[in-house]
Design a protein around this ligand. Structure first.
Ligand SMILES: [Zn+2]
Ligand SMILES: [Zn+2]
Length: 210
């Protein structure tokens, strides 16, 4: 799957990275974290001649999910999230008061990840690595050399833990990422892409983790 076509689309007021992933030779695409700006996501799908077949969420924070309802509707693309963050789709939260026309609550996710492992869907094979800490249900999605880290790991930074997170858990998750064998291209939930080897070397939060 090394030739996968990938687009990064910054969406919403926080510039959250939404990603569209497509196999060449197929129109089937995965959308990761449709956080807002449905029309930007649809434009990208259109330009890639792609159809959204699956929606993967790295966690349940509003800036990663607000376009879920509109994106899933036309093709009934199933929505997947870790079970510990599933309630964030179906409930409003403390941010609802400041989000204009908060579209939540959404229908429940079609599929809940409960454990680490390989999954196959929509012609894609990927590995789900639970990385709790930023939220209880944060996960990283790994596709053969590519890693989508949500708000767990950023270029030179890590996710905050003051919005329902757990610092000790995040440290443990980051240690697990750091100790993965080999290298990955890292596509975080905010800011620029990086690589795992660069983060092992340069990220002040990763450097000192044993
Ligand atoms: Zn977040
Ligand atoms: Zn975020």
């Amino acid at each position: 799957m090394k030739d996968m076509i990938l687009r990064r689309i910054p969406v919403g007021t926080l510039g959250t990275n939404c990603y569209v992933l497509k196999n060449p030779g197929s129109r089937d695409a995965i959308v990761i974290d449709p956080g807002a700006d449905l029309t930007l996501i649809q434009d990208a799908l259109h330009r890639m001649d792609a159809v959204c077949r699956l929606i993967l969420l790295t966690h349940g924070h509003f800036d990663h999910i607000l376009a879920v309802g509109d994106l899933r509707a036309p093709n009934r693309a199933p929505v997947c999230i870790h079970e510990a963050d599933a309630h964030m789709l179906t409930e409003r939260d403390m941010f609802s008061a400041v989000i204009p026309n908060d579209p939540r609550p959404f229908e429940p996710a079609e599929f809940l990840f409960k454990k680490e492992g390989s999954y196959t869907a929509a012609g894609f094979e990927f590995y789900v690595m639970p990385t709790p800490g930023h939220t209880p249900g944060s996960v990283c999605y790994i596709f053969d050399g590519l890693m989508f880290t949500g708000d767990t790991l950023f270029k030179n930074s890590i996710g905050r833990t003051d919005l329902g997170g757990d610092e000790a858990l995040l440290r443990r998750s980051l240690r697990a990422l750091k100790n993965l064998p080999g290298d990955y291209d890292v596509y975080p939930g905010h800011d620029e892409p990086t690589t795992l080897s660069d983060e092992r070397r340069n990220n002040p939060y990763l450097k000192n983790l044993q």
